[in-house]
Design a protein around this ligand. Structure first.
Ligand SMILES: [Cu+2]
Length: 343
């Protein structure tokens, strides 16, 4: 799907609703057997086992069937990370360690092509890559050194995150390094954004079969998580942009403080008093930021990308069951938005 066609979509959405729906019968899998279903990863439980100061994480990359909008469209076959022996997850398993911890990440590549993973030695090596041949197992070791929020991401196609649009686009996860002695705040949430944009499928029958899915922690609005806070709470979030696209992330109704800003490889925590106040934070591909905010009024509020094509349903998939009625007053928030919306 080109950007031009995405803007065309907006014009189409303004037209009267389509009356005909194509039944959900298209098999979109490219694998011979149906791969295991993806678990949407809410990034609340870190991966691995910590023993005697060593965090050991065993990851595996394999094919998986992903349904970012649950019952709306059929599953998309993607490449995803799992903890070895566990279900594939989007985003990939959370790696979290305190500064000073020795981290051993073992990676099995169960895909049929060479996998290159970037950023596993979080905060210690710039432009870090690990090449793992199909069927091979490799291990990286590093000592967690610089507290912050980092992105690890894999690829089997293009050589840059800026072109990673295909089935390897979900090979993305978070690494968080905490300061020594720091106890992670269990209420803090970590949100990883991913996208898949496979236009090539459109040349097949049926025509216009096209994959365009944007997700926060593995789910597209309205299936993203619902969050509830009390007036006066301090809400702490980390955001990671695992997509090839930029996203201006906007919070409705309140200012938030930007506490740290990273490029995926490195992270800068602002000194006390130097935090920025924002209502929208621009995130380039691969970037991260940490924020907090205090809801001072009750209500229903959203954090979302401010680019319309990133929060608009894309109804051209041949097997979609998505309603196209953008004028339905009661269901408007559910049917007229999709993708990068959280609330
Ligand atoms: Cu966006």
């Amino acid at each position: 799907m080109t950007h031009k066609s995405r803007w065309l979509l907006l014009a189409l959405l303004a037209a009267p609703p389509a009356s005909a729906q194509v039944p959900p019968s298209v098999n979109r899998s490219t694998a011979t057997a149906t791969p295991e279903h993806v678990l949407a990863n809410d990034n609340r439980a870190p991966a691995g086992t910590l023993r005697r100061g060593i965090l050991a994480v065993r990851l595996e990359a394999r094919l998986a069937a992903w349904r970012p909008d649950l019952d709306v469209d059929s599953a998309v076959t993607v490449q995803a990370f799992a903890e070895e022996g566990g279900a594939p997850r989007i985003p990939g398993p959370l790696v979290r360690a305190r500064e000073g911890t020795e981290v051993h990440v073992r990676l099995r590549n169960s895909l049929d092509s060479t996998l290159v993973v970037h950023g596993l030695r979080a905060g210690t090596v710039i432009n870090d890559t690990l090449h793992v041949a199909a069927g091979a197992v490799r291990e990286v070791r590093f000592r967690a050194r610089v507290p912050g929020t980092y992105l690890y991401w894999g690829r089997t196609t293009e050589d840059s995150i800026h072109y990673r649009t295909r089935r390897d686009s979900q090979l993305t996860g978070a690494i968080v390094i905490d300061p020594p002695g720091f106890r992670p705040n269990l209420a803090e949430r970590i949100f990883v954004m991913t996208v898949i944009d496979v236009y090539q499928d459109s040349v097949r029958n049926p025509a216009k079969e096209d994959i365009w899915e944007l997700a926060i922690n593995g789910r597209s609005w309205p299936h993203t998580e619902r969050l509830e806070y009390a007036v006066g709470d301090t809400v702490r979030w980390r955001w990671l942009n695992g997509t090839y696209l930029p996203h201006p992330m906007h919070l409705h109704g309140f200012h938030f403080r930007v506490l740290a800003k990273g490029d995926g490889d490195s992270d800068t925590t602002y000194v006390a008093g130097a935090e920025r106040l924002a209502v929208t934070e621009f995130m380039v591909a691969g970037s991260t930021f940490r924020m907090d905010w205090v809801p001072t009024r009750s209500g229903n509020w959203l954090m979302h990308c401010h680019m319309i094509p990133h929060i608009t349903p894309y109804p051209e998939r041949a097997d979609t069951a998505r309603g196209h009625d953008v004028h339905h007053v009661e269901r408007h928030p559910l049917t007229a938005m999709a993708g990068l919306v959280l609330g």
